[in-house]
Structure formats: structure tokens, C-alpha cells
Design a protein around this ligand. Sequence first.
Ligand code: COA
Length: 274
Amino acid sequence: MIQLFIIAKNNFKKNMDYQNIILEKEDRIITITINRPKALNALNQGVLNELEHFFQNESDISQIDGVIITGAGERAFVAGADIKEFSGLTKEIATERGSKVHDIYFSIENFQRPVIAAVNGFALGGGCELAMACHMRVAGDKARFGQPEVNLGIIPGYGGTQRLVQLIGKAKALELMMTTEMIDAETALRLGLANHVVPHGEEVEKAKELIKTIGTKSPLAVSEVIKCVNSYFDKNANGYTQEITSFSKLSITEDFKEGAAAFVEKRKANWKSE
Ligand code: COA
């Protein structure tokens, strides 16, 4: 039975009753747990709608330092798109679903606070693609990454053909997508797919540690770093131009004055996001 859990604190806005994900907020960090463990957290339309709602509507970023995405249960982060929803797929529905998931994943990638995937098991297909849409990936030592879609006669359609290349390079990305080889956490680390490997069960804690570190930095500057780095991969943007725009925008902020003053006065900066 799908359960509904929402732990909302600190004015966290709740406008939707989530049925497929669990949201918890603690220490200015929101943890989203995809909660379909019996299906290895496969992405059905319900999960996707709720992720869409959270990332496109509900987040009040002034209240948070970051978001963690993880999977319920012991075995999986997300084992891919829900294959049981593939029956009856038409070309039109496939186009619509693909575009919708692209938009959701872009909203994760462009989220103005760090989003970290805590990969606690299988991250396959759309699950690997979800992890790749996040800014970083912390893998437990039982994590397995893979893009097995060609086994099913389809391709990675949730951004995998692009983001895997961005993260690990063309040659290895092609190999993993064409052979469907599943790689372990250490291999993912070596290839640059995972940022860190930790013992199974400690993924969320490590992700929280990273977000807490980032939370001590200027939130405005962190947001602009995300924007500039994403510009590198955006064919409609020029990353260098974005860098100048972001640099000059930040140069007149109160937080920049505060950051420089705090350095000179040998104290912690008191960020106001102004
Ligand atoms: N979509 C829907 N259901 C899925 C799923 C998916 N992507 N991945 C796993 N499940 C379900 C299984 O159907 C099974 O449900 P059931 O008990 O009702 O039959 C349950 O999760 C457990 O999976 P199972 O295959 O029995 O576990 P396993 O340990 O033998 O294998 C995997 C684990 C991850 C290797 C295997 O489930 C798998 O290959 N999944 C599909 C991965 C994939 O191709 N993803 C890309 C989709 S585009």
C-alpha cells in the first residue's frame, strides 16, 4: 500500500498530497524519498507528477540549503521508468512523456540550490538519468548504475544520451549504453559519474554533509555557479557571457560586501541573499 508521509517544518509549503514520494525537511535540507520499494522505486506517472510539482511549483528556495533525492528500501535508488506503463504507448504519448520528463529533469538541473542524488542501490535507466540530472551523486557501496534501455528495444530517453556523455565522456558513455553493462559505485567514482562512495546506508548523511558545507557559502553565489556551469552544456547560451553577467550581478550585492568584510574581519559571513 502506498503511504503518505509529509513532514513539513519551517514554513515549508505543502500544496499537494504526495502519494509516491516522501518529503522530509530538517536543518534547511529537504530529502525526497521515492517510495515504491516493491517496484524498486520505478518511475511511474505518479512519481513523475510529484517530482514535477515539487521542483516546478512548491519549493521556497529561501527556506532551504539543498535537496536530496533517494530511494526507499534497501535495494534501489530508482530502477528506471516503470516498464509496466510501457504497454499501449503510442508515438504521441512517448513524445509527450519524453518532453515532460526532460522538463522535470531540467528543473532539477537548474534548481537554484544544490540537488544531490543519494544513490542507495540500483540507479538504472530513468533512475540513472534522474541521478545525472542532480548536481552531484553520492553512491553507497552497493549502488549499481546502468542504462539498460537497448535491452528493451528503446534508448535512454530521459536525457541519458546527453548527460552520460557530459559526465564520463563519449567513448565510455557509448559503451555503457550499447552494452548495457551495469557498473558498481567504485567504477562510477573512477569514471566521474559518482562524486563520493560511502558505505551502504550512509548516502543521505554524506549528501547532507555536502549541503551543509555549501549552506555556509553565499546562496546567491552558489545559484550563479549552477547557472554558469549549466550554461556550458546549453547550446543556446554562452557560458563565458553568463559568467560575466553573473559576476557583475553579484559584484553589487550586499552579500558580496558582507563576504569581503567578513574575510577582512576574520569572522563568518552573515548572508542575507541580498
Ligand atoms: N519498472 C517496473 N517494475 C520494475 C522495474 C521497472 N523498471 N524494475 C524492477 N521492477 C519490479 C519488478 O517487476 C519486480 O516486481 P514484481 O515482484 O511485482 O515482479 C520488482 O520490481 C523486483 O524486481 P526483480 O526483477 O524481481 O528483482 P531482481 O533482483 O531480480 O532484479 C533488476 C533487479 C533491477 C536487475 C531488475 O528488476 C531489472 O532489470 N529491472 C529493470 C531495469 C530496467 O530495464 N530499467 C530501465 C527501464 S527503461
